[in-house]
Design a protein around this ligand. Structure first.
Ligand code: CP
Length: 303
């Protein structure tokens, strides 16, 4: 049986709850000297990345290896995609090699859902265009739950380039499903169309975003996805929307800062905040391995 993980919209609260719980066991397992488990012995995982990645790709590959699976990674530059092989043909080729799970990242929204229809392997979305990044949302939820004990009632402000952010999209849906209160703060040019129909509040100024928040989630300004002119300059962006120590002082006691990475230091977030103990960016990376171990187990169970 195949089990795809494509969007937070499609994820059940029961499945998310179970994955977050299981990730605790996985985290404790990788915190010891011997990280190896044999839960996925005999299974094979392929990562198929059409876009650059450090965290997502490497953490899926390590997660599979820690669980005892065979893991192979493909990027466009080293594959027959360069010779013009189509996405579906590439996915069917990997399926014919008896992959149990294919983790795909693609610049086109909907690419993971498309290949999921053509392969027997379980398909996991590692980020598709500006659409979704559900495993990032899962690791972010895990990080918050571990810090605060619960997601229910947490006030989470997502700040920055929401329009181009699949991380924001998946977190808005996932966090609100799990009972957190989500708000966003972005220049009008970096707010997605239809945001008012999403389960989040839209802040008009920095005070609304920071005051009363438990979590501040910074987003990378995605210069590669946007046209020029969406904000006047990096300095001005930082002045109005930057995550600064002064603004963090408006948050609730014990508030944390999160960032999916990679961060543009000094633009969306100041270096002193990014490098401070309140910023959990490095723990998010560890959470990424633990949650992806739980997810690979879930996706290949029953195969
Ligand atoms: N957060 C994230 O998706 O990082 P990578 O692009 O390095 O995978």
């Amino acid at each position: 049986m195949k089990r795809d993980f494509l969007t937070m919209e499609q994820a059940d609260v029961a499945d998310i709850t179970q994955l977050l719980k299981r990730a605790e066991f996985m985290e404790s397992s990788i915190s010891g000297q011997d990280k190896s488990l044999d839960i996925l012995k005999g299974k094979s995982i392929v990562t198929l990345f059409y876009e650059n990645s450090t965290r997502t790709r490497c953490s899926f590959e390590l997660a599979g290896k820690y669980l005892g699976a065979q893991c192979v990674g493909i990027t466009t530059s080293g594959s027959s995609v360069k010779k013009g092989e189509s996405l579906i043909d590439t996915a069917i080729t990997l399926d014919s090699m008896k992959a149990d799970a294919i983790v795909i990242r693609h610049s086109v929204a909907g690419a993971p859902a498309l290949i999921a229809k053509h392969v027997k392997a379980s398909v996991i979305n590692g980020g598709d265009g500006m659409h979704a990044h559900p495993t990032q949302a899962l690791l972010d939820m895990y990080t918050m739950q571990k810090t605060f004990g619960t997601l229910k009632g947490l006030e989470v402000a997502i700040i920055g380039d929401v329009k181009h952010s699949r991380v924001a999209q998946s977190n808005i849906v996932g966090l609100s499903k799990m009972g957190a209160k989500v708000k966003i703060f972005a220049p009008a040019t970096l707010r997605p169309h239809g945001i008012e129909n999403q389960p989040c509040a839209v802040c008009r100024n920095a005070e609304e975003a920071f005051r009363g928040s438990d979590v501040i989630m910074g987003l990378r300004i995605q210069l590669e996805r946007q046209q020029k002119g969406l904000f006047p300059s990096a300095e001005e962006y930082n002045r109005f929307y930057g995550i600064t120590a002064e603004r963090m002082a408006m948050c609730n006691k014990g508030a944390i800062v999160m960032h999916p990475g990679p961060a543009n230091r000094g633009i969306e977030i100041d270096c002193d905040v990014l490098d401070s103990p309140m910023c959990l960016k490095d723990y998010q990376v560890t959470s990424g391995v633990a949650t992806r171990m739980a997810l690979l187990e879930w996706a290949t169970a029953g195969r």
